[in-house]
Design a protein around this ligand. Sequence first.
Ligand code: ADP
Length: 605
Amino acid sequence: MSGVDQLQYLTWLLYLVGFALVLRRTLGRPTPAHIDMTLFFGAVAVIVLVSVASKIGLPVPAWLGNDVAAALLLSLGYLLMRLVADFTVVPEVLLRGVEVGMLVSIVAVVALPPPLPLGMVIAVVAYLCLVIGYDAWAFVRQARRTQGVTRRRMQSAAAASVCIALVIVGAGVSAAAPKLGSAVDEVNALLGLGSGIGYFVAFAPPTWLRVAWQQPEVRAYLSRAVGLAGVAELSETIRELGRTAADAFGAPAARVALWDADKRCLHVEGSQVPESLARAWTTQHASLTQIDLSQAEAALTASFGIYEASAVLSAPISANDKRLGVLLVFAARAPVFANSDLELIQLLADQTAVILEARTLIDQAAGVRAREEAARLKEDFLSSAAHDLKTPLTGIVTQAQVMKRRAERNPDAPTDMIGLDRLLEQSHRLKSLVLELLDVSRLEQGSLIGDRESVNVADLIKGLLRQEPDRWQRVELTAEQDVTADLDPPRFEQVVTNLVENALKYSPPDTPVHVALWSENGQARLSVRDEGIGIPIEDQPLVFERFHRARNVDDRRFAGMGLGLYIARGIVEQHDGKIWIDSTPGLGSTFHVAIPLGAAEEVTA
Ligand code: ADP
């Protein structure tokens, strides 16, 4: 047997096996695309059988040998075009034109006695080459628009069509120039084998090949999806998984629909998904559903932002018997290679289940950590608060006991004014500590700031100075008069008081405290500067934290809980402002506050 013969037998075998496979599939699921594939392979199979019979000398009826085989050969271009039309839109006139061309060429070839005139051979070959060339081009175009397995199958179909077109050219050449015969036969045998392999892998690919083709998509999905397990927002993970799945399919859209156990429904970004669209949820198998464009389903898909879909692939997302949701891939047309697509979507849905489970575990771990942290903070808070409250409370109790004993010993003695002053001072301290604690809890509940009003800040500060003429003797105020801001006056007073009290507390008694107020870049600016102990560099970023006191502060010398600045920052930030420090240890500190000017002020500033 010559090499050419061997190639030919192999090609025939491929087409025959291909026909058997697509026929079996069509009997199981007779979709239009499956039927068209069977027609195409069937036509080739008959041609092959006739050729085999004549090669091995079996008697073949003349009508079958010549007429039917020739007619089937001439119909191959048209049958391929029907397949193309299953994937993409082929203009109706083109399809009708090709039908007419097919009929004309069949009639000509069957009716005219051999040998055919050269002009006729050229016309028939040109017709077939043009039609199959168009089919090849349409497959290439469709390959570019799709992804994954479908793309590879389209590419194979395109390559096979090019081979077939060249075989026909070759047959035409050898008919016109018989001298070239053997060389053309060899090339044709190779091209024929190419076409057989191409169509076989395009329309009846073996499982191992489909799996190999799916690998890159699955790997790309996995590598993108793994990074998503740690993304803070679950909704963002879900959206990104959808986008990644759409990319894997080259589909216009894909969504992860999760099961809401409370509402007992599947939902996508707040919209409920009808179970008719997510058949996989009920069946727990990957499935393909046509969307009826005229019905409610189309409106529903539009409600979650999908307009082009006419089919939806769905696959259950389940982990260890736990049903989490479904993966939905929306396709503009029902996929022709539904089996490959169903396998791929199931693979992606399984990976999605792993990602979602990983996320749940991460969330649970974060929840446990957050609860532990909250419990620790509460303990810290209680022990700090108890410690700070104990000092003035002990002072009050001791002072009250001393005064009581004195009064018992000498009921007629004059009132112990010094003792009462001490009692009052400690009580005030206790009260301000308790108020600070209350403020902290209000701050954390976000309810520290009350109603705001337009306030002249210079007047507000002057008012404070008037309230504390003795204690605030060292304060030197430089204020622009017309600085107005929308603020909660008592809370803003609290900020100014805290900064000034700190400046007085942490600086020598003979040094001034400079308070300045001005407007700058649409903001009311306040600074409180002292010439005191300053704040060590390492503590500067921390002094606005709860309970933080700088290391150069001795608890016995400077009373305090480390809450004032924490509360001040909360108040300023709730006024949409900022607070910061500028401090040199040993030389002094300046605290800065900036809050937006009031609306009226901003126009003139
Ligand atoms: P408290 O003064 O009650 O400790 P604050 O929250 O008001 O609490 O201040 C936090 C810490 O910031 C203080 O303990 C102190 O270490 C430091 N601090 C605040 N103001 C000044 C200042 N004007 N000079 C030096 N250190 C300061």
